[in-house]
Design a protein around this ligand. Structure first.
Ligand code: E4P
Length: 218
């Protein structure tokens, strides 16, 4: 399973990269706004800075919602770096644009997926990644993990190569359950990735090992 970090914060991306388990980065317009990145030049420079930290794919989202606008933005975004994957919303013009990009060798991440039918359309259009938002489904009393299972099953049935990128991941159990189901990628905040480290028996065990060593060696 690949781990992507879901942030536009350069320090967090650096920290995850230094941990040695980072496979890529996802951003969205809200995450860019959180870092105060505005204006095309600054936005492009920020994506470049992200690409310079990570070895993996970097999802950069278009703002346009019409076919021509999405194509124009996507074609500009991929000039930043070869790691850029164009993130396209799951709307009618978005699906048309994903088809266009896939025919023209531009990689895409289809975002804002909340149903298996949407995921099927994205795969048929040739998306490289589909991003089902599990936390936001959980927020409205709908089982986000069930959606991951449905998409994995549908893609397996027909051999679609679109990778299932579990998004809106809120806690470590989301990651574990996505891994059990067979999602290809989980994108999460740094705090959720590092929370996988935590176990009280690890802390207690380490304290005891060090104390026993100290007893003998001073
Ligand atoms: C996915 O690519 C999105 O950026 C993200 O996972 C959304 O997460 P949120 O629901 O926590 O905002």
């Amino acid at each position: 399973m690949k781990f992507f970090i879901d942030t536009a914060n350069l320090n967090e991306i650096r920290e995850a990269h230094e941990l040695g388990v980072l496979d890529g980065v996802t951003t969205n317009p809200s995450l860019m706004a959180k870092e105060g990145i505005k204006g095309k030049n600054n936005v492009f420079a920020h994506y470049k800075a992200i690409c310079d930290i990570t070895d993996g794919d970097v999802s950069a989202e278009v703002i346009a919602t019409d076919f021509e606008g999405i194509i124009r933005e996507g074609e500009e975004l991929v000039t930043i770096d070869e790691k850029i994957v164009v993130k396209v919303p799951l709307i009618k013009d978005g699906i048309k644009a994903i088809k266009y990009f896939s025919k023209n060798g531009i990689r895409t991440n289809c975002t804002l997926c909340f149903s298996p039918g949407q995921a099927l359309l994205a795969a048929k259009a040739g998306a490289n990644y589909i991003s089902p938002f599990i936390g936001r489904l959980d927020d409205v009393s709908t089982d986000g993990l069930e959606l991951i299972s449905q998409i994995v099953q549908i893609y397996d049935n027909y051999g679609f190569e679109t990778e299932v990128l579990a998004a809106s991941v809120r806690h470590p159990m989301h990651i574990i359950q996505c891994a059990e189901i067979g999602a290809d990628v989980a994108t999460c905040p740094l705090s959720v990735i590092t929370s996988l480290l935590n176990h009280p028996l690890t802390d207690i065990g380490l304290q005891k090992f060090l104390a026993d060593h100290k007893k003998l060696n001073g």
